[in-house]
Design a protein. Sequence first.
Length: 414
Amino acid sequence: MTGGARLAGDVYVAGAKNSVLKLMAASLLAEGTTVLTNCPAIQDLPLMADVLRGLGSVVTVEGDRVTIETPAEPSHIADFPAVSKLRASVAVLGPLMGRLKRARVALPGGDAIGSRPLDMHQNGLRALGARMEIEHGQVVGEADRLRGTTIFLDFPSHGATENLLMAAVLAEGTTVIDNAAREPEIVDLATMLNQMGAKVTGAGTSTITIEGVDRLSPTTHRTVGDRVVGGTWAYAAAMTRGRIAIHGVDPQHLATPLERLERAGATVTPTEDGFIVEATERARGVDFITLPYPGFPTDLQPIALALAAVADGTSMLTENVFEARFRFVEELARMGVDAQTDGHHASLRGREQLSSAQVWATDIRAGAGLVLAGLVADGVTVVNDSWHIDRGYPEFVADLVSLGAKVERHTTDS
């Protein structure tokens, strides 16, 4: 890409990556045909489709619509190549335990952003009455039956909350998940489960209560808009001193990131179906602290670092969720960024313009952050391993071009 363009125009955001993959897993809870709409055209979606096919489901993807036909007796064994490629594949653990009372799921792959252990998933399922072990690279669970209980999570883990929620909807009695994750994607999952006949209350708060039911029925559900993609475009507008109207994302789902943008000098205006971000001056340096929702999302940390790299003044970013995400700073350093890291803190003194370079994406968000950095560099920047971006951003290059960026995609990057 060639730096220097001011991004301006409209961008339409599809459904959330961090929701649709879990909604697909939830289809395992009910025999019959589940339909999901507003699904993003990302590479992780066909991988999750392959995971479900391996369990016996018939999955059809047509545009933004995914149709899943779940059999009467799905397989309980998820140990095939698609599982190892996709971190979100662990989301089938909860539905399989809930419906079949047994599961054997290969330990999943995913981004290189630090350790994400399954201890809370296993401990929560044990509290419900399951026997859980790690055997030969697989998470293995069995239960005679699952009984409702109170589960306290040591950390409001998004993945653990989802898995325990999906297991508990078919457990006997009442389950309470305390210190639960509060993200909009959790609310989206609970909404779909309730449409299927579950009895879930409190989603979006730190205490979720589930009254177990005997069975669920398939449903049709629209996926919530992707707040991380929306946040990426918001920060792109501020970095390039542009004006982007972002459609399909609720600005309340981005309250903290947008507040940081306003502190940096951008103007944020809510609209009927999203919001507009406009910046006419160079961003001011601000501090960021990643925390579970409603705090600043760790998925937007690389994007925030990219903004800090061109802001006026010094910004401090504290990473409290994933320890390896500061690998992104090493790539920014190739572009002349004045950055120092110390433990889970990074300090950046912004430059008005970065220096173009060859850089390497290490995960989805780092890839997007490097592209944004390239938009404010003095020449041609090449982002290698950009396939990472395709896992979370549908039509990323096309959207950039429509907004005025000078970006080309080379098929040799794979």
